[in-house]
Design a protein around this ligand. Structure first.
Ligand SMILES: Nc1ncnc2c1ncn2[C@@H]1O[C@H](COP(=O)(O)OP(=O)(O)OP(=O)(O)O)[C@@H](O)[C@H]1O
Length: 219
């Protein structure tokens, strides 16, 4: 589902990333670990098409997303990828439900129809937020905001789910619960799941753990 070949990327700051091969199959749940600043977020940005590699290829669901022009890449990302951002990146002035529906609002061509709205509400209900769909992020707890961010990543039923420290800043019970939600939804839709995490106690729950140092390294 995710296929990386000979990936190279550098920031102007000098940091460079090189990943010769990385594959994640449909239904596979993979954790990525590594020290702070190793390039884990950068890797997720490259996989999702937020960033474009200097060389090499990222293929998602059979499509070389890294080779697409900007607009097509954004559309492909919206169609194929759900992303749980490190700091959640919720929109302050939108309700929980409107935050979950945000992927439909960013000019990606996905139809914000009745079915999408029903799915957003169903996810929030399943995540224990059925009574709080109209609240704004500031009126939610940290764990609740986290669940809104996860629901937003899942609402389009993406084939690829990327999570950047999706369980960071949560207490142990909320960490486990957040992972349960991600795993259950990924299993339902058959998505590939790639999660950056520093939570070593969660690693046994993944099918595979990739240590960033073994990926091919940074140069
Ligand atoms: N937009 C940017 N421009 C220039 N350099 C950047 C940019 N974003 C990140 N970097 C640098 O690239 C390197 C990798 O950053 P990245 O955020 O991918 O690491 P990380 O492994 O996710 O770290 P952490 O675990 O702390 O989140 C760091 O040295 C960082 O300073």
């Amino acid at each position: 589902m995710i296929e990386i070949r000979d990936l190279r990327f550098a920031y102007g700051s000098g940091f460079a990333l090189s990943v010769p091969v990385l594959d994640v199959a449909a239904r596979e749940r993979v954790a990525v670990v590594g020290p702070s600043g190793a390039g884990k977020t950068t890797l997720l940005n490259l996989v999702s098409g937020i960033a474009v590699p200097d060389a090499g290829r990222v293929t998602l669901d059979g499509r070389a997303i890294s080779a697409l022009p900007d607009r097509a890449r954004r559309a492909a990302r919206a169609a194929s990828v759900g992303f749980v951002f490190q700091e959640f990146a919720l929109v302050d002035y939108l309700s929980a439900e409107e935050n979950v529906l945000y992927p439909y609002r960013v000019g990606t061509g996905l139809a914000l129809d009745k079915e999408a709205r029903a799915r957003a509400r169903a996810l929030l209900a399943e995540f224990g937020l059925g009574e709080k769909t109209r609240r704004r992020p500031a009126q939610l707890s940290q764990g609740e905001r986290q669940r809104v961010a996860i629901a937003r990543a899942l609402v389009t039923r993406p084939k690829v789910i990327l999570a950047d420290e999706a369980t960071g800043n949560l207490d142990p019970a909320n960490k486990a619960a957040a992972l349960d939600l991600l795993f259950a939804q990924a299993a339902e839709t058959g998505a590939a799941l790639l999660c950056v995490t520093h939570d070593h106690e969660l690693l046994p729950r993944f099918d595979r753990v990739i240590d960033f140092a073994d990926l091919g390294g940074t140069a």
